[in-house]
Design a protein. Sequence first.
Length: 408
Amino acid sequence: MLDVGPTGSAAHLPRRSTLFLLAFALANVGGVIGYLPLLTLLLPLKIEALAGSARIGIFTATVVAGAIAASLANILFGWLSDRSVAQGGGRRSWMVAGLGATMVAYAMVAAAQAPIAIVVAIIAFQVAVNALLAPLFAIMAEEVPDAQKGTAGGLLALANPAASGLSAVLIGMPALGEGARLAIIVAVMTLCTLPLLLMRATRHAPAFPATTASAGIEGALSRRDLFIAGAARLFMQITSAVTLAYLLYYFESIVADQRHLPANVGTLMAVGFILSLPVAVVLGRLSDGVARRKPFLLVAALVSAAGLTGMAFATGWWSGAAAFCVYAIGSAVFAGLHAAFAMQLLPQPSRRGRDLGLLNLTNTLPSLLGPPLTWLLATPHDFTMVMLLLAAFSLCGGACILLVGSRR
């Protein structure tokens, strides 16, 4: 089977590309900081304090409502940023608007004191943060050269350890109230996104193709391949959505002493994602060098499945934590390389924002599909069947990658 490889040579790229890669990676860190600490730790803790034993049901409803809002918002703001480019503008203005709206949404989250208020606040938050994120990945598609897309994909792995590290710090400081924690998140997110917002756009791919590419394996990349690649990502993102959203509740099911469990889970997430960072960057750069991504994606899916299987049979903190770290490495490598892989499959350069918004459904649909599966298969004391199902989904994701046959 053929593979998707980068075009051009990294050795001949301008030095500015390196600075842009760093600014883009930092902006992605800001975007992930914008949602990861809230959705994986602060929101579950808030709902648990309000709902007690009913927490899984209320949390599931909140996540599902937010996922619907995120799905629609990402497509909308991707399309709007396409229109801005078509009219001679850029995508960064939408990122600025999204940043401001996210600040307002965080204030709504802090003020929410009832389940319905939390649901409304999370819907507003998902719309706002996707106004920031949708143009960001369209910028990666058109401003990062193909010969550096694997490296850029690897650098995406920097975001999770930074965001989970911030989560651990915030949870580990009990003197901080909820409002202070949310304010710190907003401040850090803003600082991280500013360098990219201040950089001038430099496109390495045409904003508007002269014609729509058609048949031929060396011509336009088929929609079929993009659909299959999207299916692979959907399977993998279901595992990520469930594992990260319910990680605290998972460890509550296997750990007896829960006095410091939230802080420990936050630290574990940071450790798992830190371990994945060098692996993702090295393999991303290597995939650029050999002009192949599929073998790396397949191995990453297998590693992810192994980690989830280990979590299914873990009987305590240490075995569960070790298995999670294995899963985190496989998941991070797959997510980063898949971003580079899929961006080279986009069929119409003039619709990058919209098409990436549609592809982003593979990030948001898991929040619709995963929580109901968890609600059906898990209890507060047993996540075994859920983890085994997620391991099977990882294997399906790897199998889908093998079916992609086009190359640029």
